[in-house]
Design a binder for this molecule. Structure first.
Ligand code: URA
Ligand code: SF4
Length: 477
């Protein structure tokens, strides 16, 4: 048995160097014990003079993506898992990554996904406080990632906050942006209580004024925002108090019924108050598209040709959400291009909405179908599949940050809100979705399925009315 010791935050280059050495000796995975304690470098146990040319391994691109993510995972078995996959590829299993039932592949995909989620959480939950350090004003944040993700997460902050000096401290190291230069440093002790920070107050004030009691669902909130992160998010100090007050405030709102629906002007004023800086981020968007393409979170990726992610400008005012790609979308890789898409295009044109200025996506990114002879017949995604895919829809919404989201049909509603709602009950008025406006209408394919031409025409007219309301809303917002 050979001991190979790698640093806990070993990068791709380090791992590949080690793996090449092992492959050059034709060492099967069972004969290597990888450890991630820093108990000595690899070269204490391996000689370095192995000719590299003998160990060129051609790996699929997907393996490289997987490698870069899995390496960030904290699990002690990540190195041996990666080496096992590499070994199998080297021994002729070039398609091993396509074997979705394979235990190694599943484990690697799980690790990769956990790393993606951790990066995403870091982007969402880091809150900076202004401090004076060595006489200079800097913005400091404390965050506790679960995995070794600092490298993966850093560019997002550089792009977003390039014009200020900042420091993110974590138990596994620091990231600093100073004088337009990025630095990774050793771990810091946890900074003192955040209570004295100017930014905390600002952020807290912002959070309280945008708080809508009717939106409060504690379970949903804590699921999205793990309690682990609460201590560093000043606004969470107010959550218990707000939960307490929420019941009374909801009651007061209900007592104002039947005319309790917010007036347009009020909603508009509210939107202006909470106008959040919107950041469109082409790089991270591209990265997200690639991630969607390699997503295996639910079984739908198996039979489908490819994932179909959303399309449109990242500063679009309006986002349309459909159900899932159909046959033609699955083949072309673009949303809403088949029969339903053509009807959708026609309706948009009639209302004067330019499709190329809108962002169009689906609740579920892979085509679900049943084979019938040569045809592939659309099959409705299950609640579990919709729920699995919400992760991506949520990221698209955060990236585009539209003024209005239009849900086309019941699956879109489920994907957006996590709840089932009747389209007929909710359509025609603007709802609130975590601070974003939401309009519900039917799915264009529903219009195509109506057998009676008069009924179909009447429903199409109602669909146009909904689109017209959408246009007026987002143009005014
Ligand atoms: N139906 C949808 O919901 N989305 C598409 O992309 C095509 C048809
Ligand atoms: Fe992933 Fe969504 Fe495709 Fe399922 S449908 S594999 S969650 S992208």
């Amino acid at each position: 048995m050979l001991m190979v010791s790698l640093p806990a935050d070993c990068d791709e280059e380090g791992f590949r160097a080690a793996a090449r050495q092992c492959l050059a000796r034709n060492l099967p995975p069972e004969q290597i014990a990888f450890t991630d304690e820093q108990t000595g470098s690899l070269f204490d146990t391996l000689e370095t003079n192995v000719p590299e040319s003998g160990v060129q391994v051609h790996v699929p691109r997907r393996f490289l993506t997987l490698l870069s993510k899995v390496l960030c995972h904290r699990a002690p078995d990540r190195f041996s898992l990666l080496y096992r996959l590499l070994w199998r590829i080297r021994k002729g299993e070039h398609n091993v990554l396509n074997r979705i039932a394979d235990a190694d592949v599943q484990q690697a995909e799980r690790y990769a996904k956990a790393v993606d989620k951790d990066v995403y959480r870091m982007h969402a939950y880091v809150r900076f406080s202004e401090r004076e350090i060595d006489g200079a004003r800097v913005f400091v944040a404390w965050h506790e990632p679960q995995h070794f993700i600092l490298n993966r997460a850093a560019s997002f902050f550089v792009d977003r906050f390039s014009n200020m000096d900042w420091l993110i401290c974590t138990p596994i190291g620091t990231i600093a942006w100073r004088d337009q230069k990025l630095d990774f440093g050793p771990a810091e002790a946890r900074p003192a209580s955040a209570g004295d920070a100017v930014l905390d107050e600002l952020w807290t004030a912002y959070y309280r004024t945008t708080f809508n009691p009717a939106r409060l669902r504690v379970n949903a909130m804590t699921a999205q925002m793990p309690k682990r992160h609460w201590p560093t998010m000043p606004e969470t100090a107010f959550i218990p108090e707000m939960v307490h007050q929420a019941q009374n405030r909801i009651k007061a709102m209900e007592e104002r019924a039947p005319d309790a629906r917010p007036r347009f002007a009020d909603v508009l004023a509210e939107r202006m108050r909470r106008a959040e800086p919107v950041v469109s981020h082409p790089d991270s968007f591209e990265a997200m598209r690639n991630e969607i393409h390699s997503c295996r979170e639910c079984p739908l990726h198996g039979p489908a040709t490819q994932a179909v992610s959303g399309e449109g400008p990242l500063d679009a005012s309006v986002m349309f959400v459909g159900e899932q790609p159909g046959d033609q979308e699955d083949l072309s890789g673009r949303p809403f291009v088949g029969p339903a898409g053509q009807l959708f295009d026609r309706a948009l044109a009639e209302i004067g909405i330019e499709r190329k200025k809108t962002y169009v996506t689906n609740a579920v990114k892979h085509f679900k179908f049943e084979p019938r002879g040569k045809r592939r017949v659309h099959s409705k995604p299950s609640a579990g599949e919709v729920s699995a895919c919400r992760f991506w829809l949520d990221r698209e919404i955060r990236t585009v940050s539209p003024k209005l989201i239009v849900a086309l049909g019941a699956t879109a509603i489920l994907g957006l809100t996590g709840r089932s709602m009747a389209v007929t009950k909710e359509r025609g008025r603007i709802l609130d979705l975590n601070g974003c406006s939401l309009l519900v209408t039917v799915h264009p394919s529903y219009l195509l399925r109506l057998p009676n031409p008069d009924a179909a025409e009447a429903e199409y007219q109602r669909f146009l009315q909904d689109l017209s309301l959408a246009k007026r809303w987002y143009e005014a917002a």
